[in-house]
Design a protein around this ligand. Structure first.
Ligand SMILES: [Ca+2]
Length: 474
């Protein structure tokens, strides 16, 4: 070796903390559940559901008590996690393909049903930094069937090396729905196999085969606990028995036992994935995040004491369970009351991995690293939602600033104001009593809509008074 080579080696050693080997970066496992409510797991209040493995994640990580979905329905939240941008900014504002409302009072804007390729997704950012990226489960970021002239927007075109099970559909595709045959890409099975278990087999295989030199992102996007409610019979029987001995409002629902059984299958899946990490000896170098895309369906999901559920602007529609386990850094069993939202995951992961942030991409997210390290609060003024669509509620925007939440309903240009500190169940509308707060939050909301160039609704020339806004199914 000559002197120059020696010098180069010395320089490389000196710089090594800054150009660290790829294997120094932690792995990421994302458990993204579908339609799970704030209170659906034991760690967040459920007494009927049994979720020991998810509860264990909470005991080993940080549990967030004021975490929000970027939208109260599926697709916009999914895109917001991957882009770090509000649905209103990307115009991907409804579940795909969305309800048609040809006779509604307001015309739904021409919104976007896929993620634009020019955006760099979280998966692409990690891929660029040497990560192996695996997508498993529900994608739901393209309509079915999608127009021929559109490009492919499947997971493998948005930063994932490999895709198991993800296409346009928003719920299990196969004729057996949650049972084989699954009819999904790259997912094998046999008679009697349960979808959640089959996807878990794929996740475990991925972990067992992972090259220890390359860090990975395992993005496990469950179809469960979205309907249809189809559970493993033995588990459903177990919860049917438990229901009789432990009746509560929600357990009176005819679907309660099946739903609880689906939650248990989810929990077992989380347990198997975590066990696979431990078996490979990589659990201490793996950050695990558990959350859901939107609130529980009101009639069956457990949204705690929060008002209403999926698709609505009330807390039941948007407040989410969120657990982040960052071994050795986030204090085991800690809790945070910081206001956080789906768009935060993107900068958080880059920050944890020591990858330079991409502020032009994750424009609406903040790194949660200071919170996870318990070193400081987030520098965040407000959170926003924008839903120019008809669903369970009339079209709306909403803003949360401090403890106040303002909801703007577009049809009649009305406002509701709630103080979530004194009234977490949103039982008392304060709009008529606190007009100053309404005025000030209206301005904050209006400014934000302008900043993100939110698509607004317009009067519908085909409006038929009294006609159902939603086109009947079939
Ligand atoms: Ca959903």
């Amino acid at each position: 070796m000559n002197r120059i080579t020696h010098a180069l080696i010395a320089l490389a050693l000196l710089l090594s903390p800054f150009v660290s080997a790829k294997s120094d970066k932690p792995n990421f496992v994302v458990f993204l559940v579908d339609d799970m409510g704030w209170g659906d797991v034991g760690a967040y209040d459920s007494v009927y559901h049994e979720t020991p493995h998810i509860d264990q994640l909470a005991a080993e990580g940080m549990k967030f008590n004021q975490a929000y979905a970027a939208c109260a329905v599926c697709s916009p939240s999914r895109a917001a996690i991957l882009t770090g941008q509000y649905p209103a900014r990307t115009n991907l504002t409804d579940w795909i393909p969305g309800h048609k409302s040809p006779k509604g009072k307001l015309k739904v804007p021409d919104w976007t049903m896929y993620m634009e390729h020019e955006r760099i997704t979280l998966a692409e950012a990690l891929q660029e930094a040497g990560y192996r990226t695996q997508f498993i489960g529900k994608w739901h970021l393209l309509p079915v069937p999608y127009p021929e002239e559109w490009e492919n927007h499947y997971p493998d075109k948005h930063g994932f090396d490999s895709n198991i099970g993800g296409r346009e559909w928003g719920q299990p595709k196969g004729p057996g729905k949650y049972f084989f045959p699954f009819g999904m890409p790259n997912l094998e099975g046999k008679e009697g196999d349960y979808l959640t278990d089959a996807l878990t087999d794929a996740a475990v295989d991925f972990i067992e085969q992972a090259d220890k030199d390359d860090p990975f992102l395992l993005y496990f996007s469950y179809y469960t606990v979205h309907g249809p409610i189809i559970a493993k019979p033995d588990l459903e029987e177990k919860y049917a028995r438990k229901k009789e001995s432990n009746a509560s409002d929600k357990t009176e629902s005819s679907q309660a036992a099946g739903y609880a059984a689906m939650v248990q299958s989810l929990d077992e899946s989380v347990g198997r994935v975590v066990a696979a990490l431990e078996k490979q000896g990589i659990d201490e170098n793996t950050v695990v995040l558990f959350t859901s895309d939107n609130g529980g369906v009101y009639s069956r999901g457990n949204n705690g004491s929060f008002r209403d559920g999926k698709a609505t602007p009330y807390e039941g529609g948007i407040r989410e369970p969120l657990i982040i386990k960052w071994p050795g850094v986030a204090k085991a069993g800690s809790e945070s009351g910081q206001l956080v939202i789906h768009t935060d995951f993107y900068p958080t992961f880059l920050d944890i991995a020591g990858i330079p942030l991409k502020p032009q991409e994750h424009r609406d997210g903040l790194s949660l690293v200071p919170v996870l390290k318990q070193e400081g609060d987030l520098d965040r003024d407000a959170l926003f939602w924008h839903y120019p669509h008809y669903h369970k509620a009339n079209p709306y925007s909403a803003v949360r600033k401090g403890n106040l939440k303002l909801i703007h309903y577009f049809e009649d240009n009305s406002y509701e104001l709630y103080d979530l500190a004194s009234d977490p169940t949103e039982s008392t509308d304060l709009a008529s009593k606190r007009s100053r707060d309404v005025r000030s939050l209206r301005q904050v909301l209006q400014r934000w809509r302008e900043e993100v160039d939110a698509q607004m609704m317009s009067p519908n020339p085909d409006y038929v008074e009294g006609a159902p806004w939603r086109r009947p199914r079939g």
